[in-house]
Design a protein around this ligand. Structure first.
Ligand code: PRP
Ligand code: ZN
Ligand code: MG
Length: 228
């Protein structure tokens, strides 16, 4: 979207692992907002920078459509949706501007605890089903590994698929590992190292937002450097 705006709009997760650290980071950059935290839109007070509180999965699309200018989102979500866009011939619309050093997790292949894992080659020629919310990243990996498994796309509760019999293994985010453990699964291969990132449009801005984004990035670099 090429709409002109004189305020910068940043999408962050409404609730979930990235929500609070994203707010804290932006506050540490000198931003403050008028609305309370349960509102979906927070009007910037100290600077013309507003927040939109949304589902993390919606953030790449909001940037692609120009509804938001920047977003704090997991690299996993950004890469997945970039892959999905490429698969249907859409141009890349956003890119990772900064790694933010929080929300670290891995996108991993996990198998039932009682499997003897010897490596990806073990999966070849067995007609296995893999449940995931990351079909694009998983398909790319399967292709690289020359594995002919079937990808079963689920939007959530991926970890119960093996117990339900809808898939033999899963590919999902692992942070503490507690979810896998509770479901008698074990992580065996890492497909992606993820963390929260600041995402922005491929093209940048050609109005007042350019200077705002530049200032925000400069402040963010300062904050991230001190945190290291
Ligand atoms: C991920 C993943 C698991 C959980 C794993 O979901 O889908 O549910 O985290 O974490 P653990 O290893 O610490 O148990 P996430 O919190 O990212 O939420 P989402 O799937 O709704 O985006
Ligand atoms: Zn999500
Ligand atoms: Mg989850």
């Amino acid at each position: 979207g090429a709409a002109t705006r004189d305020r910068l709009r940043i999408a962050i997760q409404k609730s979930g692992r990235l929500a609070e650290p994203a707010r804290k980071l932006l506050a540490a950059c000198g931003l403050s907002w008028r609305e309370s935290r349960d509102k979906l839109f927070c009007y910037g007070e100290s600077l013309p920078v507003d927040l939109l509180l949304v589902r993390d999965d919606d953030i790449p699309g909001l940037i692609a459509d120009g509804v938001c200018d920047l977003g704090v989102v997991g690299r996993n979500e950004l890469d997945e949706q970039a892959g999905a866009r490429a698969q249907v011939g859409l141009p890349q619309a956003y890119r990772e501007l900064r790694g933010l050093g929080f929300g670290q997790c891995r996108l991993m292949l996990a198998v039932p605890e009682d499997w003897d894992w010897t490596g990806p080659a073990q999966l070849r020629g067995r007609g296995l089903r893999i449940a995931t919310s990351y079909p694009s990243i998983l398909s790319r990996w399967l292709q690289e590994q020359q594995i002919d498994a079937q990808v079963v796309e689920l939007s959530g509760s991926v970890e119960i698929a093996p117990r339900l019999g809808t898939a033999e293994l899963i590919c999902d985010l692992v942070s503490s590992g507690a979810t896998l453990k509770a479901n008698q699964l074990k992580p065996v291969e890492t497909l992606l190292e993820s963390e929260a990132v600041l995402a922005g449009p491929v093209g940048g801005f050609d109005d007042a937002r350019a200077a705002l984004a530049q200032m925000l990035l400069r402040r963010m670099d300062g904050v991230l450097q001190v945190r290291e």
